[in-house]
Design a protein around this ligand. Sequence first.
Ligand code: NAD
Ligand code: AKB
Length: 317
Amino acid sequence: MPRILITGSLGQIGTELSEKLREKYGKENIICTDLRAPKNNNCDPFYTLDVLDTVSFEHIISSNDIDWLIHNASILSATGEKDPHLAMRVNFRGFDNAIELARKYNLRIISPSSIAAFGPSTPRVNTPDNTVMRPNTIYGVSKVYVELLGEYYNHKWGTDFRTLRYPGIISYKTPPMHGTTDYAVAIFHEALKNKKYESFLKEDMLLPMMYMPDCLKATIGLLEVDSSRLKQRSFNVSGMSFNPEQISDAIKKYIPEFQISYNPDYRQEIAEGWPNSLDDTAAREQWNWKPEYDLDAMVVDMLGNLSDILDIPFDKK
Ligand code: NAD
Ligand code: AKB
């Protein structure tokens, strides 16, 4: 069994990824860490870790016999634009520490990238893996840095670095709080609670998105594939694409009274630099990636699960 360390494990993705990995590899083999302390005992073993603290980061790796590192600690796009220096510290210096420790201890490392690695001059439809990458957010710049430095470590020292460009991730267990695609989660909470939602993105802002079960499937697929099958180290992964009007229409099929209104803010400009859809042929060919959820399947599953959590009756019909 590999012993896996996760940074940023209390975040939207880390919470569910650590749960899934515990089921698969055994609780004792998943070592969770975050800057914050956990609210319950689900994440034992757990260490409080600031990824900028190189000494503690190294101590946790060496004293726990780690094989694989999932480096999820990051500042996302919306918070990054509010505090670019914080994003520079955590996303650049934090990754410097993670990749250097991966080299030193011969770890397999996944550090997620994002659709934010692309920019306004990138071809927006069916965006390929290799294309123009000139992002205009600090978050996007940090993701290009992760991809290029990780690939350099792989080329120079053979470090087993892998990354995947997640679309916006939709989930019901841990709410996202720092990104631009967060509207696509908030809309479900507001639809169930108040039957209305004010979107901070325009009605036609088409973006790539992915439901959490597919995010976990993609992450574990890339984590487990034998290194010899990889012809590249950075991969697009695609789920679905929709805009606020389309997700609102899909929700209305189940909550007919639901109303959406639009009041775009600074996050609209961030979203305008990102692709509409991704070409993930390489991931499909090299590690058999295939998503399971489309918009309608995701909407009905989200409403069902979130209505249970919020204790709000919802008729699936
Ligand atoms: P998140 O913001 O929900 O969680 C990030 C976690 O990192 C938080 O728990 C936070 O406490 C922790 N953290 C922040 N600074 C830290 C530090 N200095 N040291 C240690 N921990 C620190 O993010 P997420 O959605 O879980 O994202 C995980 C990864 O996936 C990130 O690299 C993110 O860029 C990437 N990603 C996420 C999405 C998405 O839609 N959620 C999309 C594309 C890429
Ligand atoms: C964000 O909106 O910042 C993230 C992402 C797409 O990377 N969800």
